[in-house]
Design a binder for this molecule. Structure first.
Ligand SMILES: [Zn+2]
Length: 457
């Protein structure tokens, strides 16, 4: 009930898509026309915790701080790219600086839409030097206009050694009027000295059902009309499944669908969602990532190199593969029970290869760890080198991994030992999934978003 009321408030507080008038002088006649610009992710960036879906544990913690009027001075928010770390940081600032600590939507602080006063945001990926941190520390000593000043350092694991040192002292004894919020995708890389000084908020990929529910609310708020031929629920659920647990990604896909519907190129149904996705660069990278992984587990070096040579967007490819590995590991240890489209493609590709070679492909946990490790290192390398070098880096790393494994197997065989059986982690229900039946069961259950449905983890 509380959630409904909150949503209703957002409804009144949210502007309709802004209309941008085109420049008059550019048209020969005096004719002018309007265009509609829509950016659902920006428009529906949550301004209250109730709209921040799928992160119950973190939201509960923050509500506890609000209730006790006691906030930590240093907060560490960690989660994958697109998990909503910055959004949550801004939400905390909204609550702390709201007159009534409630993000009321009415007071002077709450009236700010985007650029919040007393909030300084630094991305350590771009400003990682010691001077950048010293400047930030200096601002933390000036008085805020509202209750507290917020210094947000994004991608904090990328800070250089000296910059990190410059930050550690103020984190130890922060100025009483400043709250530091550190965000990272790589919590394992945060030094203990820093981690121990923070209260941490861990963000998880959001369950598809919850994302579909949020999309449903937004479609209602946007006043989108549906016709008999439309199949809105299926469309939204399919978007949610394609979004890798990221609300922001789901919203940009919904943007794309609504534009295509408006131009008459698509209908509001799951078929259109799949079609639009198939045309996106993300889908290409996803297919390549899946094929690459199947070749990797079957130790087909030629296949692997062939795939790598076809990768156009190395960054996206690495992200897709890393996300797939993360999901796959969670799936086999039964932390999650849904099969996203990338998972379905993987099971199909694996089955095809098994049929072709007439033998079962076993996936070992150490292999997944190795691939994940290479991707992790590659991710850092490609942030700093041109794409072509990044692609070469991948080729060299993966070739040496396979060659190493093949040599090891050969040596073991020569020594009269059977090659070591590495912890096989085949999922017992996987057979069901390969024809999609298990997943279909899950899907049909989750067609209709309901408020009571829990996250799948
Ligand atoms: Zn307020």
């Amino acid at each position: 009930m509380a959630q409904r009321q909150r949503t209703a408030r957002t409804r009144t507080g949210t502007k309709k898509p802004s209309r941008t008038r085109t420049s008059k002088k550019s048209t020969e006649s005096n004719e002018s026309f309007d265009i509609v610009t829509r950016n659902l992710a920006a428009q529906y960036r949550p301004k209250v915790l109730e709209d921040y879906v799928g992160q119950e544990a973190s939201v509960k913690k923050i509500k506890g701080w609000i209730k006790s009027k006691t906030f930590p001075q240093t907060i560490l928010i960690h989660g994958e790219t697109g998990a909503g770390k910055t959004t949550l940081a801004m939400l905390i600032a909204r609550y702390v600086n709201c007159e009534t600590l409630s993000a009321c939507g009415k007071c002077s602080y709450c009236s700010y839409e985007k650029e919040l006063p007393d909030v300084t945001y630094v991305n350590a990926g771009e400003q990682s030097g010691v001077d950048d941190m010293r400047n930030l520390v200096a601002t933390s000593n000036t008085s805020p206009r509202y209750r507290r000043r917020f210094n947000i350092v994004d991608e904090v694991h990328l800070l250089s050694g000296k910059a990190l040192e410059a930050l550690l002292i103020p984190l130890e004894q922060p100025s009483p009027k400043t709250i530091w919020i550190l965000c990272t995708t790589e919590v394992d890389k945060i030094k203990k000295t820093m981690f121990n000084r923070c209260q941490d908020l861990a963000l998880r990929p959001v369950a598809p059902e919850l994302i579909a529910e949020r999309l449903h609310d937004i479609v209602e708020l946007e006043g989108i009309e549906t016709s008999k031929e439309d199949n809105l629920e299926d469309a939204l659920m399919t978007i949610a499944e394609y979004s890798q647990g990221q609300v922001r990604l789901a919203l940009s896909q919904l943007d794309g669908l609504l534009s295509a519907v408006a131009s008459g190129d698509a209908a509001l149904d799951d078929k259109s969602v799949v079609q639009l996705y198939e045309q996106s660069s993300g889908a290409d990278s996803e297919k390549l990532a899946v094929s690459f992984f199947v070749y990797t587990v079957s130790q087909d070096l030629f296949g692997m190199m062939n795939i790598l040579s076809r990768v156009e967007n190395t960054h996206e490819f690495i992200n897709k593969l890393a996300w797939f590995l993360k999901w796959y590991t969670d799936y086999v240890v039964k932390l999650v029970n849904y099969v996203p489209p990338i998972g379905k493609s993987y099971f199909t590709a694996k089955k095809n290869l098994e049929t072709k070679h007439k033998e079962k492909i076993n996936v070992s946990l150490p292999l997944i760890v190795k691939v994940a490790d290479i991707l992790d290192k590659a991710h850092h390398t490609i942030l700093t080198v041109p794409a072509i070098n990044a692609a070469n880096h991948l080729r060299v790393r993966f070739s040496s991994m396979v060659v190493e494994d093949v040599i090891f197997a050969r040596l073991s065989a020569d020594a009269g030992n059977k090659p070591r059986e590495l912890g096989i982690i085949e999922h017992e229900d996987e057979e069901d999934s390969e024809d999609g039946s298990r997943n279909n069961k899950l899907r049909s259950k989750s067609r209709k978003p309901s408020k009571s449905r829990r996250a799948s983890r």
